[in-house]
Write a protein that binds this ligand. Sequence first.
Ligand code: PLP
Length: 373
Amino acid sequence: MTNFTERAAARENPYLLLTPGPLTTSSGVREAMLRDWCTWDRDYNQLVETIRNKLVRLATASFEDYTAVLMQGSGTFCVEAVLSSAVPSDGKLLVLTNGAYGDRMVQIARVHGIATEVIDFGELAPVSAAPVAAMLEKDPAITHVAVVHSETTTGMLNPIGGIGEVAERFGKTFIVDAMSSFGGIPMDVKELRIDYLISSANKCIQGVPGFGFVIAKTDELRKCKGQARTLSLDLYDQWETMEERNGKWRYTSPTHVVHAFHQALAELEEEGGIAKRHERYLRNQQILEDGMVRLGYRPLLPKAFQSPFITSFHYPDGGAFSFAAFYERLKQAGFVIYPGKISQADTFRIGNIGEVYPEDVERLLSAVEKSRF
Ligand SMILES: *Cc1c(COP(=O)(O)O)cnc(C)c1O
């Protein structure tokens, strides 16, 4: 395998993106975008069908009961499509939050006038099942439960298995924002009792931004006919068109991005599938966290809650740290990191997903050491 410097020179990328997406992609993924494609012909529609089929098979071994819908826009558009299409006008949503992406689901629900309850676990605690069971006991009007799997705000990997069990026990529809985890960690939507799983092209599948996707339990999705609150984000209509017209999108689709995504799926298979990609991400994260600790940086989360995708670190003690200066120095050295996003502490974040390998993380650590204050 070539090292990042050679790969970067080959594709003239000035730096490695150590961010939660858009992320550093392979040259193969980017080359897939180097020609123009029409949307109406059979080749393109078959490519879309191949992608939908592969996504369902990546999400579950019980693929007969699930289907995939692709939707134009960034990941948030898909979250909005699900919430505004799946919760009926007389339904009620329970959102579990411990960060900005959980809060965003609440915001979306409010914009659409969806009756909503919230359990806020705070930024530093994982979600847990007991308060959810208590809430569902107390408020039988709740019909849907929504949670973020990997909360990118902090790097927290929420234990969603227990939440799915409770949702199923009470007969509620279970919605999971798995934006920054799907493709990077083994999971099965059937085992996790997930009715709607949401993710996007530019996270762990390692495509480029431009569309998101929803893996839905087909029986649940069928219930959404005619209840969407918007036209363009109508999840049922989008699905019905794709299903009946064999891979046709309702409105202009991001053709280049779709081709890049098809290539990204092929490269995921070449890598050995999700289990192998997960191993690489785990190694990246471990090398990163251990190396940063050695250099005196403290991670925000205990290891037990830490995802293999992105890690938050406290600013070093002493008060002299300038994130802006640190960021600039690392960028000069060929690495783009990410600011913090939480209110309770001064932090920055370093992602390790994308076309990023352990030797790249080692090089980052040398650059961090040289950027010391
Ligand atoms: C990236 C991300 C999203 C979607 O963000 P967009 O900017 O709309 O793509 C949603 N939830 C989580 C947890 C994410 O990491």
